[in-house]
Design a protein around this ligand. Structure first.
Ligand code: PRT
Ligand code: ZN
Length: 283
């Protein structure tokens, strides 16, 4: 059985559980439980504080885990980052009081910076030849300047509203993070096989998210031009409609090409365009 560490409750837990569910894995979790076994997959889930996940995985207490890359990199535990998962995106940034001048990294010289990420911050400062004092604090970093504890902060930013409401401005992004799947350095063959199965499912879910299924109608003479626009997984499906000379085309398009392709299709003579989400996609 593969032991999977997930955050018990917090910013990662909902999306982590959603991903597990979309991979077709279900479990009944009594509220407040610390571990549970999947009903239909050889896996056991451990529910932990996010900060503990890298260490549990490094020690082999859990085989894999889902956690913010910021926590993994800060923690310096011996784990392997297997896959970026694309959710819980945020950045680790340095911010200073709004009223202060900022003329580039040199402005941080000799400053006192409060953070919960001393390792990542120290690396950044060293790399840039900045000599600043790091104050490690574990929470409410954003209030440090207003109570006179520090000149600047280095904290996680998502929308920026926490910084703004504390009179701070973001001046340097030092790390970009998202949820990642981590694994213990050594997995036995059996667990490795279960992990591969899980990764295959995660990829199918991710591919589906990035792609849409498209259906459209077109007259026969427009079909070659439309096929050129639609890449499809192999080549588009073309089916005759009941109306003489008209066809229905089915294909797959990428989310980020969506608007551009729709414009081109309309210009080429497509009508009745439907775009629908895909649940799973296997190449
Ligand atoms: O209880 P436990 O220890 O498990 O959780 P936690 O409170 O330590 O972590 P949690 O649940 O807050 O965050 C888990 C992970 O989510 C982090 O490690 C990041 O990888 C990611 N993440 C994404 C964030 C944010 N967005 C985020 N906005 N983590 C924290 N924040 C905080 C930030 O610290 C700051 O206080 O939100 C505030 C900033 O948000 P904005 O939107 O105002 O900029
Ligand atoms: Zn935490």
């Amino acid at each position: 059985m593969l032991r999977i560490a997930l955050q018990k409750s917090g910013r990662l837990s909902e999306a982590s559980l959603k991903l597990i569910k979309e991979c077709g894995i279900s479990f009944t979790n009594g509220t407040g439980k610390l571990k549970t076994i999947a009903d239909n997959f050889p896996a056991e889930f451990l529910f932990l504080r996010d900060d503990d996940i890298p260490r549990y995985v490094a020690d082999g207490v859990a085989d894999i885990g889902i956690v913010g890359e910021n926590v993994v990199v800060e923690d310096r535990s011996e784990v392997v980052i297997t896959k970026a998962l694309g959710f819980s995106k945020c950045r680790l940034s340095i911010a200073i009081p709004r009223s202060e001048m900022y003329e580039g990294i040199e402005s941080l010289q000799g400053k006192h910076i409060a953070t919960s990420y001393p390792n990542i911050l120290r690396d950044f400062l060293n790399k840039n030849g900045i000599d600043a004092t790091i104050h490690e604090i574990s929470g409410s970093v954003e209030i440090a300047p207003s109570i006179g504890l520090a000149d600047a902060v280095c904290d996680i930013v998502s929308t920026g509203s926490t910084l703004m409401s504390n009179g701070l401005k973001e001046v340097e992004v030092i790390f970009r993070s998202q949820a990642v799947l981590i694994q213990t350095p050594v997995l036995n063959e059996e667990k490795q096989a279960i992990l591969q199965k899980l990764l295959f499912r995660i990829e199918a879910v991710q591919n589906a998210r990035n792609n849409k299924y498209i259906l459209l109608n077109a007259p026969k003479e427009a079909i070659p031009a439309i096929i050129d626009i639609l890449p499809g997984m192999k080549s588009p499906t073309v089916l005759p409609l009941a109306m003489e000379g008209w066809y229905s085309l089915h294909s797959v398009i990428q989310e980020d090409q969506f608007w551009e392709i729709i414009e081109q299709l309309k210009a080429a003579g497509a009508e009745g365009i439907l775009v629908v989400p895909i649940e799973k996609m296997i190449y």
